[in-house]
Design a binder for this molecule. Structure first.
Ligand SMILES: *Cc1c(COP(=O)(O)O)cnc(C)c1O
Length: 476
């Protein structure tokens, strides 16, 4: 196999022992210690502790290894983040050198440092025209907290402090801080949040397969977008600050809106002077084959929330890109009373610079757009065309949402779709494939450096596991 990625230097060249720099323990010992002391995110710890977690010990390229020596293909790029793939020595070197040079200094009190300056310059180059200012944090959730602060401060300096409401969407995901969880539209999260951030209202998601009935995608896209207009009129345009949405919904199931949706959302936002905030945490840094997913959908946001692919997950970092039409009044408006100790952390910034240079200088994103993305989408659609269990596939570039269905012709969804998704995920687990289940949708989002032979392997395993699920259900 020869492609431009074959020369990626493996960090793992040194002899490997399970546990890496830590003690080599048996799988059961690790599982027992994990159960004894570690609380996992979004997990039912009681049942997980009985079952035992899978222990992932190392990774390279698009593959993971577990403590039992299984080699697993990572169809989710970690958690939608390892865009440049695992084992990049240039990112490791950037972190090491920066830790030696200046591991930390704050940017609060009239100080700055070269890594955050270089990162900001580079982001201004790779983001669309008009994005020239960047605020840093440590995660996507903090990024969306920051978006709220930016939006409110913007309207305050513009002399319209009554513009406070934010419109968001049901089944959207914007993170898990109180603000992120409130902005998101996940009912199961809201249930455990008795106090949410006030002033956030949710409209329907543009989920054509599940919700459109007899409407065409184009009609349905407009109908969903016009809910924004209805909501603005209901609240009064003078009271609405912003609309926030993921260009395509990630955690909600890789739901791609109909083509008519985003242009209509943009028209409504401009008409009523409501800011348009794109949560690009998953869509950013090449996932769709464009640098940012809004470019694929053809709209122009006022802010972009960035995280995940910003550092390819090698270290935590988030950011908010602010269009100059928002940033300039904000800058002229005096103190902005927001910041995090690690805003613009030098090590994270150094890794982000190495990561973005790799994405740009190695043509990784161009290759997703012109070569590997189309190849992946075609292979997946061909491989699953005959499956009675697959109703539709959403996606472009290197992201896909596979809709499981009880009946293809009528788009009937399973009453117990959640269980069927988990059943399919269990088959993936057993076949050394990482494919995520969200309800009755199976999700793929591999590292952007995946090669054609690796795509063949990924698709072959996905088709096999969906086939095994169909057999379980007596459908095949
Ligand atoms: C993951 C995600 C977030 C939250 O990012 P964290 O780093 O987990 O806080 C926010 N928005 C979207 C669209 C995401 O996918």
């Amino acid at each position: 196999m020869s492609n431009i990625f074959d020369n990626r230097p493996a960090v793992h060249a040194e002899a490997h022992k399970p546990g890496g720099m830590f003690a080599a323990r048996s799988t059961s010992e690790w599982q027992q210690l994990d159960a004894a002391h570690h609380l996992h995110p979004f997990s039912d710890m009681g049942s997980l502790n009985k079952q035992g977690s899978r222990v992932i010990t190392r990774a390279d390229g698009v593959f993971l290894w577990d403590s039992e020596g299984n080699k697993i293909i990572d169809g989710m790029a970690g958690l939608w983040c390892v865009n440049v793939g695992y084992g990049r020595k240039d990112l490791a070197d950037a972190a090491y050198k920066q830790i030696c040079e200046l591991p930390f200094y704050n940017t609060f009190f009239k100080t700055t440092h070269p890594p955050v300056i270089e990162l900001s310059k580079l982001l201004a180059e790779v983001t669309p025209a008009g994005f020239e200012h960047f605020f840093y944090c440590n995660s996507g959730s903090e990024g969306n907290d920051t978006v709220l602060r930016v939006v409110h401060q913007y309207w305050a300096v513009m002399g319209k402090p009554a513009k406070k409401h934010i419109v968001s969407r049901k089944n959207g995901y914007h993170g898990s801080t109180i603000a992120g969880g409130s902005l998101g539209g996940m009912g199961y999260m809201h249930e455990q949040m008795p106090l949410q951030v006030p002033g956030i209202v949710h409209i329907d998601q543009p989920y054509w397969y599940g919700d459109a009935g007899e409407m065409s995608p184009a009609e349905f896209g407009l109908k969903c977008a016009r809910q924004l207009e209805e909501k603005i009129l209901e609240l009064g345009a003078d009271n609405v600050a912003a609309f926030i949405g993921e260009p395509f919904q990630g955690a909600g199931g890789v739901i791609f809106p109909p083509e008519s949706y985003w242009p209509e959302i943009q028209r409504i936002c401009r008409k009523y002077d409501v800011l348009l905030c794109a949560d690009e945490v998953i869509g950013g840094f090449g996932r769709t084959g464009e640098w940012f997913a809004h470019q694929h959908f053809g709209f122009e946001p006022d802010t972009m929330t960035l995280a995940k692919g910003l550092t390819s997950g090698y270290v935590p970092m988030g950011a908010v890109a602010i269009h100059k039409r928002i940033a300039e009044p904000l800058i002229a408006g005096g103190d902005f009373n927001h910041g995090l100790t690690y805003s613009g952390h030098p090590v994270a910034a150094a890794v982000a610079v190495a990561n973005i240079r790799a994405l740009r200088d190695e043509g990784i994103i161009d290759r997703v757009r012109t070569e590997t993305g189309p190849y992946f989408q075609k292979a997946l659609r061909e491989g699953l065309a005959a499956s009675p269990l697959v109703g539709a596939i959403d996606g472009t570039g290197l992201v896909a949402g596979i809709q499981l269905t009880e009946d293809k012709a009528s788009r009937k969804r399973f009453a117990n779709g959640y269980e069927i998704g988990l059943k399919c995920r269990d088959h993936c687990f057993g076949n050394n494939l990482i494919m995520r289940a969200t309800g009755d949708r199976m999700l793929l989002s591999p590292p952007l450096v995946i090669s054609r032979p690796e795509i063949d392997l990924l698709v072959e395993k996905a088709v096999k596991c969906i086939g095994l699920t169909a057999i379980d259900l007596g459908m095949a």
